[in-house]
Design a protein around this ligand. Structure first.
Ligand SMILES: [Zn+2]
Ligand SMILES: [Zn+2]
Length: 248
């Protein structure tokens, strides 16, 4: 299983670093960041080969790029092809309205030849999604933001069915010890290192007995601080960088 960070920084892209977006096996995105079509192109990957997108939650920095992906699928995907019906999954509370808004923004009613029909898969705690050879378990996490309070947010445990390779992704979460339960024993945990203090993310990795930890959602400028705080707690910690690729 191959995992590539198409983005990892905080809410707004830096020069050379996009926001939250993981690419798994060149086929499935977890969140889109701001510009996934451009990021895929930078890696020489055809965006039409993306089978689906799995959102951790519906905050803008995690879904802004969906509209790009939907547009290129409609513009260049052949009618009747899989690229016209990508799976779009995520917490059910706001998934449908965001996808519908993207279709409205793209004027699907006025340009029906560019309209796509995504397969919506609203998820909640305990659900399992099978997608492109991956078995994806959804687990509730705890994400609080600004005046909107608690945001429905999911973390995932992901298994490549053919090989049994696994990783876990916390999505955006404040310190939430149950992440250690769904991440238990995975070779790789990708954990929020911004809403959760790095040392607390590291404590989750230690409790879950994972192979290695990659902290994400922090700008490059915070990298040294993140590592200095996390590594005393869990030495096998890294901080995500743009296009970091991990093979499991
Ligand atoms: Zn968020
Ligand atoms: Zn976020």
């Amino acid at each position: 299983m191959k995992i590539t960070f198409l983005g990892h920084t905080s809410c707004v892209p830096d020069v050379g670093a996009d926001t939250s977006c993981l690419l798994v096996n060149d086929r499935v995105l977890f969140d889109t960041g701001w510009a996934p079509v451009l990021r895929l192109r930078e890696l020489g990957i055809d965006p039409l080969t993306i089978a689906g997108v799995v959102f951790s939650h519906m905050h803008q920095d995690h879904y802004l790029g969906l509209v790009q992906l939907m547009f290129i699928c409609g513009l260049q995907g052949k009618p009747g092809s899989a690229s016209r019906t990508p799976t779009i999954a995520g917490p059910g509370e706001h998934l449908g309205e965001v996808v519908e808004a993207c279709g409205n923004y793209l004027q699907f009613a006025r340009f029906p030849e560019c309209a796509i029909e995504p397969e919506l898969r609203p998820l909640s705690d305990g659900d399992v999604l099978e997608l492109a050879g991956l078995r994806i378990e959804a687990h509730a996490v705890h994400h609080v933001s600004g005046r909107h309070g608690v945001e429905p947010a999911l973390g995932y445990r992901v298994k490549e069915v053919a090989t049994g390779a696994e990783f876990a992704f916390s999505g955006d979460t404040h310190p939430f010890p149950p992440v250690a339960e769904f991440a238990r024993g995975v070779p790789l945990l990708i954990h929020d290192g911004a809403h959760t203090p790095p040392e607390d993310g590291a404590a989750v990795a230690r409790e879950a007995n994972v192979g290695r930890l990659v902290l994400t959602h922090s700008p490059e400028a915070r990298r040294e601080d993140v590592l200095a705080r996390a590594r005393p707690v869990f030495p096998l910690t890294d901080a995500a960088t743009q296009f970091m690729t991990i093979e499991l």
